[in-house]
Structure formats: structure tokens, C-alpha cells
Write a protein that binds this ligand. Structure first.
Ligand SMILES: *[C@@H]1O[C@H](CO)[C@@H](O)[C@H](O)[C@H]1NC(C)=O
Ligand SMILES: *[C@@H]1O[C@H](CO)[C@@H](O)[C@H](O)[C@H]1NC(C)=O
Ligand SMILES: *[C@@H]1O[C@H](CO)[C@@H](O)[C@H](O)[C@H]1NC(C)=O
Length: 191
């Protein structure tokens, strides 16, 4: 198996953080739940390196890698790093781009080897390859670092649709996208 980029929350997926704020008073210790929904970034990209602060978090170690070419095992490896900075423009996050990231090709009938992130990023320019194979060091996202130290992190949450923003927003609000797998200007009216 080639790929060691484990989380099927590709760079395309929104990241959801649920923070339960405990109090001593009520029957349930959970008083407030804060849902933070972001765009176009994976769990590993934002919080993967928090594993260093808490080994129980299903994050990254730096041993994860992707082949340069998912069809050619000898094409070289790109390992996951901790040098993420602001990413602009965005990594690919359409349904078609994510299919290639997950399956290594446009053929979704095979196993989801998660080996096409580098290959797909190459089609978007050289600097995108580094961008998709890097996460933020805890110190470079200090607010998240503190929140992770104080509250629960849901590290097995995955995007509802392996696609762009709007279908996933629709799932957050209504538990379905009505079958939609891509953005549609009409949806803007609804949120
Ligand atoms: C996410 O991608 C959309 C295009 O699909 C773009 O308009 C938006 O600015 C991106 N958001 C972030 C936070 O990168
Ligand atoms: C990837 O490897 C395959 C198999 O060797 C080859 O046919 C294809 O042209 C390569 N693609 C790129 C973009 O290098
Ligand atoms: C990455 O490359 C693209 C296209 O060459 C360019 O528009 C963009 O500014 C670059 N981004 C960074 C962070 O260097």
C-alpha cells in the first residue's frame, strides 16, 4: 500500500470541531456545544500535528507520504510536513479532484488508497504539492493549540460529501445535500 495519508478528509473537506464546555451544575455536564465549520482544509492539515501534544489524537507523525505519481511506485515520495502557512490559492476540492486524491485516478471502483493528493496537486502547480502535504505546527495555530489542550477533539469526523463547500454546508444544516455534489449559485439563497 502506497499511501500513508490516512484521513479521508482531503484538503477539500471542511473541518468540524465540536467543543463541549463542561459545567458542574446541570444533570448533563455539557452545557454548550460550539460547532466550527471551515472550508477546504483537512483535519490533518489543521490539527494533525496536535498528536504531538496528545498522542491519543488520530493525527500525523510525519511518516505519512504520497507517491508523486499514483500509477508509478518508483516516482518518488512526498512526506507530510509541518510547514503549512496560509494557502492561496486553494487546493483542489471539487468532486472530481477529490476522487483523484482518494483513488489515485478517475476510476472510483478500486480501493480508496488515498494516494492521489500529490498527483492531483501537481496539476495545479508546483507549490500546491507542498501545500497539500503540510500541516500547521501547533505553535503556528496557537488558538487551536489551546482549545485542543482544554476541550474534546472529534478526530473521526469526515466530510459528508467528498466535494466542495455548499453540499457540505447543506448537510450541516439539514443532514442531506439533496444529492448535490457541487456548488450551485442557487444555494446562496438558502444560507
Ligand atoms: C474554498 O473554496 C471556494 C471555492 O470553491 C472559495 O471561494 C473559498 O474562498 C475557499 N475558502 C477558503 C477558506 O479557502
Ligand atoms: C504516471 O505513471 C504512469 C505509469 O508509468 C504513466 O503512464 C503516466 O504518464 C505517469 N503520469 C505522469 C503525470 O507522469
Ligand atoms: C503558487 O503558484 C501560483 C501559480 O503559479 C501562484 O498564483 C500563487 O501565488 C503561488 N502561491 C504561493 C503561496 O506561492
Amino acid at each position: 500500500m502506497a499511501v500513508r495519508r490516512r484521513r479521508p478528509g482531503p484538503v477539500a473537506a471542511a473541518v468540524l470541531l465540536l467543543l463541549a464546555v463542561a459545567t458542574q451544575a446541570a444533570a448533563s455536564p455539557i452545557k454548550t456545544v460550539v460547532v466550527v465549520v471551515m472550508e477546504n482544509r483537512s483535519f490533518d492539515h489543521m490539527l494533525g500535528w496536535m498528536k504531538r501534544l496528545n498522542p491519543e489524537i488520530d493525527g500525523v507523525t510525519g511518516g505519512e507520504w504520497n507517491p508523486t505519481n499514483a500509477s508509478d511506485p518508483s516516482s518518488g515520495r512526498v512526506y507530510f510536513g509541518e510547514g503549512a502557512e496560509y494557502v492561496d490559492p486553494d487546493p483542489g476540492h471539487s468532486f472530481q479532484e477529490i476522487r483523484q486524491q482518494i483513488f489515485g485516478s478517475d476510476d472510483a471502483s478500486g480501493p480508496a488508497r488515498m494516494d492521489g493528493f500529490v498527483q492531483q496537486a501537481r496539476s495545479l502547480g508546483d507549490n500546491m504539492t507542498a501545500a497539500v502535504m503540510n500541516g500547521f505546527s501547533p505553535d503556528s495555530v496557537a488558538v487551536y493549540r489551546e482549545l485542543v489542550g482544554e476541550f474534546a477533539v472529534f478526530d473521526r469526523w469526515f466530510a459528508s460529501v467528498p466535494s466542495s463547500t455548499q453540499p457540505n454546508r447543506l448537510f450541516v444544516h439539514s443532514a442531506t445535500s439533496g444529492g448535490a455534489t457541487s456548488n450551485n449559485p442557487e444555494y446562496v439563497h438558502y444560507y
